[in-house]
Design a protein around this ligand. Structure first.
Ligand code: THU
Length: 134
């Protein structure tokens, strides 16, 4: 499954719209029902509107009814595999707090983390409701 998820992220990367940075990223999420949702980065001439691949995949999945993801793959063309940015970590924490995150470059170098390692003591809905777990 991990290899399939990385392959999906790699394929999604080909769709990246990154004319400004030229930095193409692909992401793939494994939903609880076994389906794979993909995303690529989508840039804007108004740079700050740029959407990262991870957030595109999350928004696609959630808008199609998925609410929880158990594994995340990110593919980019860097020597050391590219990690999700801080904003993406925060949104991943909302929908994939227990996920394993697999990062791979185009040479096949792979790194693995758990979301809780990438976002220790993350802010989530529990803080808004006062519910335990934080
Ligand atoms: N980018 C992603 O899509 N995901 C990441 O994890 C890091 C950065 C994109 C945003 C922008 O289009 C380009 O990479 C350069 O920052």
């Amino acid at each position: 499954m991990t290899d399939a998820l990385v392959a999906a992220a790699k394929a999604a990367r080909e769709q990246a719209f990154a004319p400004y940075s030229k930095f193409k990223v692909g992401a793939a999420l494994l939903a609880e029902d076994g389906t794979i949702v993909t995303g690529c980065n989508v840039e804007s001439a108004s740079y700050g509107l740029t959407l990262c691949a991870e957030r595109v995949a999350i928004v696609k999945g959630v808008s199609e009814g998925r609410r929880k993801f158990t594994c995340v793959a990110v593919v980019a063309d860097t020597d050391s595999p590219t990690p999700p940015c801080g904003a993406c970590r925060q949104l991943l924490w909302e929908f994939a707090p227990e996920a394993e995150v697999i990062l791979e470059n185009l040479s096949g170098t792979r790194k693995r983390f758990m979301m809780r390692e990438l976002l220790p003591y993350g802010f989530d809905g529990g803080f808004l409701t006062g519910e335990p777990g934080a």
